[in-house]
Design a protein around this ligand. Structure first.
Ligand code: FAD
Length: 465
């Protein structure tokens, strides 16, 4: 049990605020974007810099306290109970190098901040569907970008990381220094330490075409059939996705679409209007859209492609990597999540993978990263509200759809889309068996006391002999 002398020792060792559960600041420091998750650590440090993170981890190790980390709470799939929570949102350093085409960010920086600084140089980072998400949490989870088929996973393009391991040491790791740790931190989630800064590649973007088409849900079957036939005609510079949406009566939903079941096609393309319109033509012909926003787009409007919620909500998720999206897969999905199915989910989404997403490791000299899914063709992702009175029905629906999709699945998940972590066997599904075994070995080396044990954490391999 912590006594006040312990807390004073932590306060003396750091410059950021040390916050206890009885403080008025506790709710703000533990707040998660996912409102279904309420964290209850014993103490929170609002880290002011990397030295704060190192000192706090050392302090926690001395007191055998588990350590967790949060920046935005977008990935708060499960609650943190006890221990020390390090809140990184104050780590806002940002440096764009337009010549080297790199960005270096502190652990609290969100994607929107990166884009606002990089787009004026004609450069973008490999962010996902919402730029409100934190760069570091997203990237250590692999990071499946909007432009994924063109450039691959965000983790494929990390140049270096500053990381505090469970012994409290602050290390800079890259392809040459601590190559194995660097490999596994790119996709292995926060299993081996707390990242304080990240350096990654930026990519040129010239003309950009993007947006969404929303169709009546009653046409879901012909739209999904057309989607499947359309995909092989697309170049890797085009990244589409499609979802079955039950739109709630909420502010982030355009008024005429509230309370409707619709199909939402999303489209991001590195090209001009003529080529974008040409590529989209078959999907524009398949049904009369309720809304069509696709066209030349200012890159800073990129969030309009997926139209993810911007205000915190209580939600739960589930995901699976699929081998195919053939007739049977589509029929099974429509039966459980289509029109008239009574499905309570907000979203059942299919993201085609392939292109650069299927190519492992692009960094010269670096070991391949830990991202799974290179051999998968599609990601299935399910989201629903986690609140009364539908929380139970939502959880049951996610289980039912994942079970029905199991024959079409590779058996693996992407950790950023895994949903609530279950037992060890369930958590292991976010990596290939070979990567998972390397992770268990690295866990024994870098976190032998299992300090980092919350969320999607794994346990170390038993010592040899
Ligand atoms: C609206 C929305 C859209 C999304 N779109 C995409 C998408 O298109 N592609 C995609 O890949 N993912 C997507 N995600 C998932 C998202 O990438 C993960 O939830 C990610 O974990 C969020 O990171 P965060 O730092 O914002 O969240 P947090 O909840 O603050 O952190 C989540 C986890 O990330 C790890 N982490 C965070 N900071 C650190 C650190 N400093 N050091 C080590 N580990 C750390 C920890 O395990 C932590 O528990 C989306 C999520 C939401 C809610």
């Amino acid at each position: 049990m912590l006594v006040s002398d312990d807390i004073h020792a932590l306060s003396r060792a750091v410059s950021g605020p040390v916050v206890l559960p009885d403080s008025p600041a506790f709710a703000e420091e533990t707040f998660a974007f996912n409102l279904a998750t309420v964290h209850r650590p014993d103490v929170v440090l609002g880290a002011a810099d990397a030295q704060d993170v190192a000192a706090a981890v050392k302090w926690a190790a001395e007191h055998r306290l588990p350590v967790s980390v949060q920046s935005t709470g977008h990935g708060a799939d499960s609650a943190i109970d006890g221990g020390l929570l390090i809140n990184t949102r104050r780590l806002q350093d940002l440096k764009i190098d337009p010549v080297e085409r790199t960005a270096r960010v502190g652990a609290g920086v969100k994607w929107r901040t990166v884009l606002e600084a990089s787009v004026p140089h004609g450069l973008v980072g490999l962010h996902g569907s919402s730029t409100d998400v934190g760069v570091v949490g997203y990237t250590v989870g692999g990071g499946l970008p909007v432009l994924g088929r063109a450039h691959g996973f965000a983790a494929d393009h990390v140049r270096s990381m500053d990381i505090v391991t469970a012994d409290g040491a602050l290390r800079r790791i890259d392809a040459h220094d601590e190559a194995e740790l660097f490999s596994l931190m790119r996709g292995g989630k926060g299993n081996f330490g707390i990242v304080t800064a990240l350096e990654f590649s930026l990519f040129p973007v010239g003309e950009f075409y993007g947006g969404g088409i929303i169709y009546p849900g009653a046409d879901a079957a012909p739209i999904l059939a057309a989607f499947r036939q359309w995909l092989p005609t697309l170049p890797d510079d085009a990244s589409p996705s499609i979802s079955l949406l039950r739109l709630p009566d909420m502010d982030f939903v355009p008024e005429p679409l509230r309370n409707q079941f619709v199909v939402h096609l999303r489209f991001a393309f590195l090209g001009n209007r003529e080529d974008g319109d040409g590529l989209l033509a078959p999907m524009r012909a398949v049904s009369t859209p309720l809304m069509d926003t696709a066209g030349p787009m200012d890159y800073l409007d990129v969030d309009q492609i997926h139209m993810d919620p911007t205000d915190p909500l209580p939600f739960t998720e589930g995901g699976a990597l699929l081998k195919d999206f053939g007739d049977e897969t589509v029929a099974d999905l429509l039966e459980l999540a289509g029109d008239g199915s009574g499905c309570p989910l907000l979203l059942a989404e299919i993201r085609p993978l392939g292109g650069a997403l299927s190519r492992a490791a692009v960094l010269p000299d670096a070991l391949p990263d830990a991202v799974s899914g290179r051999d998968a063709a599609f990601l299935l992702f399910l989201v629903g509200f986690k609140m009364p009175p539908i929380a139970e029905a939502v959880a049951a629906s996610i289980r039912e759809i994942l079970a029905a999709m199991a024959p079409h699945s590779t058996g693996y998940t992407l950790v950023n889309f895994h949903g609530e972590p279950g037992d060890e066997a369930d958590r292991a599904r976010a990596w290939t068996p070979a990567v998972y075994e390397r992770m268990r070995s690295a866990k024994s080396t870098y976190d032998p006391g299992n300090l980092l044990r919350f969320g999607h954490a794994i346990t170390g391999a038993p010592a040899a002999g």
